[in-house]
Design a protein around this ligand. Structure first.
Ligand code: LRH
Ligand code: MN
Length: 393
């Protein structure tokens, strides 16, 4: 596929302009593994400074107008004030993430715990998160449960599913009419024998039982090796049950590396299904979120790079000649059908994206522009002292 004709450029840029990628407040804080968390200079010390960093990503990419919060990592006295501060910075507060995976009481589970008092406490937190959504005007509550067991026999599988279903139903009933619940699944970790929401099928079944405003979130790092994630995307889109993505990438397990860094071809295949369904833009109802940890690399440039990686995968997917693809598929021309995707995938879309940024009045090279801005030097000095934000695990 040689130079893109202007009609294709215009069409692709038109769709790319509508793309919104939500950053994660916790990506700007310190993170690591059980072996070590390497602190970095300039890391935020509170949610206001995290929002400043998220706003900086949007300033240079033009495609990250909201930031997801995690409760209680982003606990503040006045969420309305935090929302006002975000607006002043040019962004909005997005998805509210619950956290029932760090309290001592949740050793044997949170909403699935055999102890009714512990379950009540966990459900209480989920309901508190909806209170926060009411103040931040967030649409989505994202639920991920670390709940699971480490040894066969440790607990009864069906009883735990009953407890989970009851907690989800009580939380769902509390949602406002414009609010959604996004249920995230994960194969393993921290549980190493059974996880109560281990795969898309389990999440999908619970979401069907709950109702229209319960949707599935696909975290791209939460599958068994070799899983065809784009199949899950296509299936959930067809069923109207795809609520969003936690984008990141991995070579082995839940590595939370920059999206597209480990497997850019997989990200392209996922965005191909998104483009085919015509749901790149916000009207499609899909929440495109980043859920990453920048353990050793500078955090803000890493998030900017991640937004660019999603834009590049989307731009390539927008270049697929759908007419040629369909014709080849319908005529059983396997090689021509595959070639329709590979030609698009092998197209260098970076010039097109530089052009788009210039059209939007942005610097064509967001990372170079960020480094030239002096923002990092400023926060390194300003944010000396105090307690840096992290997972607090
Ligand atoms: C769990 C997870 C979940 C978040 C956490 C930060 O692995 O993907 O989405 O709550 O990371
Ligand atoms: Mn996630």
């Amino acid at each position: 596929m040689t130079d893109l004709d202007s009609a294709t450029r215009t069409r692709a840029k038109g769709v790319l302009r509508t793309q919104r990628i939500e950053t994660a407040s916790w990506a700007f804080g310190n993170s690591g593994t059980r072996f070590k968390v390497f602190p970095q200079e300039g890391v935020p010390r509170n949610p206001y400074e995290k929002i400043e960093d998220a706003a900086t990503v949007h300033k240079f990419t033009g495609a990250a107008p909201t930031v997801a919060l995690h409760i209680p990592w982003d606990l503040v006295d006045d969420y309305s004030d935090l929302a006002r501060f975000a607006r002043d910075q040019g962004i909005g507060l997005g998805t509210i993430n619950s956290n029932v995976f760090q309290d001592n009481d949740y050793k044997l589970g949170s909403v699935t715990n055999p102890d009714a008092g512990v379950r009540r406490k966990a459900i209480g937190h989920l309901l508190e998160c909806i209170e926060v959504m009411d103040r931040t005007s967030s649409r989505d509550l994202k639920l991920w449960f670390s709940d699971g067991t480490n040894y066969p026999g440790q607990d009864d599988v069906r009883s735990r599913q009953d407890r989970l279903a009851a907690a989800l139903a009580e939380t769902y009933d509390r949602l406002g009419s414009e609010q959604r619940m996004l249920l995230e699944y994960k194969l393993f970790e921290p549980a190493f024998y059974m996880t109560d929401v281990p795969d898309w099928g389990t999440a999908y079944a619970h979401c069907i039982a709950l109702g229209d405003r319960a949707q599935v979130v696909i975290d791209t790092g939460h599958h068994a090796p070799g899983t065809n994630i784009e199949f899950i995307v296509a299936f959930l889109l067809r069923a109207g049950k795809l609520g969003g993505f936690d984008f990141n990438s991995r070579f082995y397990a839940d590595d939370d590396l920059m999206v597209g860094s480990a497997d850019p071809f997989q990200l392209f295949r996922i965005m191909h299904e998104i483009v085919l369904a015509g749901v790149v833009g916000p009207e499609g109802g899909i929440a495109f979120m980043l859920d990453q940890c920048h353990n050793i690399e500078p955090k803000i440039p890493a998030v900017i790079r991640s937004v660019m990686n999603v834009q590049e995968a989307t731009a390539k997917a927008l270049l697929v000649d759908h007419g040629a693809l369909k014709a080849a598929q319908d005529s059983g021309d396997v090689l021509a059908a595959n070639a329709a995707l590979m030609d698009a995938y092998h197209t260098d879309v970076r010039p097109l994206l530089r052009e788009l940024r210039e059209d939007m009045g942005l610097d064509p090279d967001p990372i170079a522009a960020f480094h030239r801005s002096g923002y990092y030097d400023r926060i390194r000095t300003e944010r000396a002292g105090g307690t840096q934000a992290g997972w607090g695990a």
